[in-house]
Every structure is written in structure tokens, then in C-alpha cells.
Design a protein around this ligand. Sequence first.
Ligand code: GLU
Length: 367
Amino acid sequence: MRLKNSKIIVIKIGSSLLVDGKKNIRKKWLSSFAKDICKLKSKNKKIIIVSSGAIALGCKKMNYNKTSLKLDQSQAIASIGQIELMNLFSQIFLKFKLNISQILLTLDDTEERRRSINAKRTLENLFKLDYIPVVNENDTIATSEIKFGDNDRLASRVAQITNADTLILLSDVDGLYTKNPKKFKDAKLIREVRDFKEIKNVNIKGITQFGSGGMNTKIEAAKICNLAGCDMVIANGLNLNPITQIEKNNSSTWFISKITKLHARKKWIISSISPKGELIIDDGAKKALASGKSLLAAGIKKVSGKFNKGDHIKILDIKRKEFARGLSSFSSEEINKILGYHSNEIQKILGYVSKSEVVHKDDMVEV
Ligand code: GLU
């Protein structure tokens, strides 16, 4: 599913595309981007923009350096910069008769099922009103433990929630290289990834002055997208008309999803950003899960992490390889008491009536 066939497209813009190294706003670039959006819309595509830049623009306005900001300072700066960011978008997009709206999300808005459904509805209603949602993390209230921290993963979660076909990550690099292209001349661009095993030895950190995501967060984002059945492309957005460039030049990295049919709820489960814990299960339970059964306490060997009933968890086999993800029907504390026991002993051990499956098959997806 390349751009031509994509109906819903999420486009993430990194801060370095909006503000250059000399802290100048790249208005000409944003106009050329808006022109590209008009083209996509004329082909009836639904667009969501995830834009960084609140902190970069806040720093510009206040004449601060991002690297010297503490978390609480950057929250205030983001609050100042977010309005600058939206002003910039509305100024330029209006010239192209494009309507925009603002959505600020925190991690919990995507990790809690009910809130993620709410966000999805709002985004869909904005499509109906012919508005382009411009999403950013709600940096002003998100503290480190409830933060995405980078807009790459936020964008991938937005893509998953909205059932998007493609996520475009526009940054200041062409894509994923075999080595760091800034250091090694013989680095080669990887044009397509269909299996993450192919790139397990590639590890590039490319932190720019304003953005917070390096190549690692982009690969994490690709995993989230691909698991949810959405393709992702990392492309260099620095040139004018960055979306047209992707279609014209074959010099970006596409991550192609193998997953096509998965229920929306299962997509949401599998692409959780922050599973709270892990369950290690024995081979018998692994076999049962592979044949579509639920996970019972008897097959659990070990629990790690602290989590509550309903939280996202990873299920690992005895060799610690991730095998599935799911929503736990018990807290980690409860599982520690009941692991290894037969389901009909649970009530006696805990002293109250509870479910008999630790992770129900409907709440679980194999990875
Ligand atoms: N949300 C941050 C901002 O708007 C940017 C995060 C990122 O660069 O990924 O400034």
C-alpha cells in the first residue's frame, strides 16, 4: 500500500523542518508542504498532521536553548511555543484554503482504550468537517513517566488509532542507512524493510538540535505501525514539496506491514507503547496460546513489573522471547500469588471470586 493507494495518511513533521539551524522559520517550506497536502486532498485522501515544534518555536520566541531546559521549564516553553506553532500553520494553510484544528494528546490518551476511542471519534468527526487535525503531544502537562517523549511514536499510535494506511515520518535524513551516513561514506540507504530481523544490527542515533527522536524511535514507530497493519515511510522532508518528492524519488525507507486482517481492538492491544510488565510462560501454555486458547495461571512461571488489572503486558516464552501481548485480568500482585496453580484454586488463594483466565484469548494477540 504505497501513497497512491492510501486513504488515510498520517504525516509527522520534525522540528528541524520548521525551524532551521539559525532558528529561522521555514515558511517557504511550509507553503510547499501545504501545496502537497492540497494535492493529496484533491485525491480524496484523509490527512492528519503530527507536528513537533512547540518547544523549538517557544525557544525561538524566548531566546532559549533547548538543551539547557529542565523538564518543568520546557513545559512552560512548550505552552508558549504551541500557540506560535498553530499560528504558523493557520497563517500558511489558510492561504491554500486548508482548515486546521489542534489536538494535544498525552500517552494515556492512546494507552487507555476508552480514551483512544474518544480520540479516534474526534479525528473522524474532523474529517467529516473537512478539517485537518494537527496533533502534538500535550507537552505542557506530560511529565516524564506519562510522556511519549518523541512525536515519532505518538504519530504511530495516531496512525494505529485511526486505522491509517500509511504514516510518513518527515525528518532531516533520507531514511534508514546500513550505517550512520553522517560518519561513514559507504553507508547505504535501505529502501524497504519487510522484516525487522533484517535490520537488527542497524542502530543509528541521529539527534538533531530541536527534535527528540533519533533513528531508534523511528524504528520503534515502524514496529507499532506495522503491527497495526499500517505501512510507514521515513523520508527526507528538508526539500520543498516533500510529499511529491517521496513519490518521485525512490530515496526513502519504507516499512511494509505484513498484517492485514486484525480486529481494531487487537491492533490497539498489540501496538501499546508502554506494556507495564511481563509474564513468562511454560512450553505447554505457549502451545495452548498458539492454538487460540487463553492464558491460565497454571502455565505462568514468573511475573515481572508492577501492573494493575486491565494493563498491557507482554507474554514471553521460557527463552524470554516475546510471544504475545495482552491485557491482564489480574494485577501483578495477584498473579504472583496464583501462578502455577490450577484455575479452580484461584478463589481460595485470593479469597474472592475472579476470572479464571489470566489473559483471555480475546484480549491477546500473538506477535
Ligand atoms: N512535542 C515536542 C514539540 O512539539 C517535540 C517532540 C519531538 O521532537 O519528537 O516541541
